[in-house]
Each structure stands twice: as C-alpha cells, then as structure tokens.
Design a protein around this ligand. Structure first.
Ligand SMILES: [Zn+2]
Ligand SMILES: [Zn+2]
Length: 217
C-alpha cells in the first residue's frame, strides 16, 4: 500500500491517504480547510490515479472534519465515524465559534456508523476499528495489523490514533462528553496491548510507537 500524510488547517491535523495497487483509496481525517489544502488532496489523488472509496473520521471534533464537505461533494462518498460522536456534527457552528476555527462548509451527515470490532477493507488494506471513549465519546483508532509493504518498504503494524494518543501525551478530556478515566483505561486495555513495534500516527504531532508510549502508563 501507499501512505501519504498531510498536515492541514490551523490546528495542524494529521490526515492520511491510504492507497492500494488497484487505484483505490481510504482517507482518514482529510481535514483540508482552504482551497490550497483541498487542491493538495485532489492533486495527489489524481496524480496517483486513486479513487476515493471510504472517508473515515477518527472523531468528529471540528478540526478533523473540515475536509468532509469537499471530499464528499467531489468524490461521492459519505463520512464514517462512531455513532456516539454524531451529535458533534450538530455542533459544528458552536465548535467553530468556540475554537475560533473558520468553516468553509459543514460536514454532511454520516453515511455509516463504525463500531468496535468492525473492519474497513479494500483489496490489500484492512483496518480494524478500535473504540476508545474519553477524548470524545465516539473516538476511534484504526489499526492495520499487516500493512505489508508501505511506500515500497516492509512495514510494522500501523495505528491511526486520532486524538486518543499522542507522542508523549494523550487527548484532552474536558470537551463535549470527555472522560479522563475512560480515556486512560481504553488506552491501556486496547492500544498499549498492541505490538510494541506498532507505529502510531496521532491526530496531531509526530509519530511514535506503542513501546514508546507504554512507559508513561
Ligand atoms: Zn479532538
Ligand atoms: Zn484534533
């Protein structure tokens, strides 16, 4: 598979395009906030001959969904996320005011709910859905246990962790249904139990590994 990271919007959200050999792509939090960032996404997709099959959101805080309207409108897909975060799409205007984060167009409604134990799959790419509440009620991480070759090199397991787990820290738990106890226990029981060599791609900031993060708990 191919993996292309992007850093978008004033909040520096890490978004990703995962491509397979058949020209299909899964997008995770492609949170483009202006025309230049939207063009970066569409140019990459076009240049690499990728068609968008799935649009996944780790959670529905505004900084992670800013690109949803663009992707949904241009490629005919609907965003997918956990049902317990769906209420946040009704609060996009409030979040925009609260965070001082301008919004070009509101995210459309979810087209599919993702839950613990689900699998998101296109040929050659299989993501397991892990639900960890606490940063937001419906926070998700996407775990790729066997990515095979990534950008031409054999890769360890990958975890797209949203704002659940960061390098050396974790997401805040003081927003819209946050819960510190749930967040810590979910991280310990569901994320830190993954193989130590797993590369973690957080929703903000640099990558880390599960082994590196275990020492904080
Ligand atoms: Zn968040
Ligand atoms: Zn965030």
């Amino acid at each position: 598979m191919t993996l292309k990271p992007f850093i978008f919007n004033p909040f520096g959200v890490n978004g990703f395009i995962l491509g397979n050999d058949s020209g299909e792509a899964i997008l995770i939090d492609p949170s483009a906030s202006n025309a230049r960032e939207e063009a970066a996404l569409s140019d990459y997709l076009e240049k690499n001959g990728l068609s968008v099959k799935r649009l996944l959101n780790t959670h529905l805080h505004l900084d992670h969904v800013l690109g949803n309207a663009f992707i949904a409108g241009k490629y005919g897909v609907s965003p997918e996320a956990h049902k317990e975060d769906a209420f946040l799409l009704d609060l996009q205007e409030e979040q925009s005011q609260m965070f001082g984060l301008p919004m070009r167009a509101a995210s459309p409604a979810l087209g599919n709910y993702l839950a613990e134990g689900d699998t998101v799959e296109i040929p050659g790419i299989k993501l397991q859905v892990i639900h960890v509440a606490g940063h937001s009620p419906g926070g998700l991480a996407f775990y790729c246990e066997a990515p095979g070759d990534v950008n031409g090199q054999k890769a360890p397991p990958l975890l797209f962790a949203g704002d659940i787990l960061f390098a050396g820290s974790r997401g805040r738990s003081d927003l819209f249904g946050g819960d510190e106890d749930a967040l810590v226990s979910g991280i310990k029981s569901k994320l830190l139990t993954l193989p130590g060599e797993t590369i973690v791609f957080p929703g903000h900031g640099p990558t880390t590994t599960i082994a590196d993060e275990r020492r904080w708990y």
